[in-house]
Design a protein. Sequence first.
Length: 214
Amino acid sequence: MGHPRIRSRNRCFKCHMRKVLCICGLAPKLSIKAKIIVLLHMRERSRPTNTGRLLKLAIPDLEVRIRGDKDIPMDSEGLVTEDREALLFYPSDRAIELSSEFLKTINKPITLIVPDGSWRQASKVSKRVEILKSVTHVKLPLGPIPQYRLRKETKPGGLSTFEAVARALGIIEGLEVQEKLEELFKVLAERTLWSRAKLLITDCETEIPRGAYD
């Protein structure tokens, strides 16, 4: 294995992919009405399999806040405001299924608050962030089984944060937004799995840059 500094120099600062596999130039720049705030657990910051932070490539206005650091508490300012409907995106026992019918009951722009980390880490957010204790929880309806796995999921049918937010925005913003995000995720997934020798280049539906294997 190479020196960690050498490995980091070979990776894109934004998408954390090897530079020859960088996906930044393929990301759409989506303008959406919903405000997305990702609460990223500090242990996920440097994990190449974390997809939550990659959403910002396609949604420039998306906000990422780091949580889980005992020495630097997360700033909760602006998570819940009077002019927006805050929704915590976590499938708890009291979560309401996202649907067009549910959205009709909301008459404000939406702030979708997305805990990003392991299931255990995400489950603690509503208890540890005081302002979120009374916020409505929402979850996805049942959908297609994920085609790609970048890391082991502990729950059947579990989605990565990127995939889950894409599906949520498909309901909130429309299918075009979901499809553009899923196109980017497919590139990310195939390049990642190919680089790990878990996917043959002949099985890739998206392009692997020639410079990655020449």
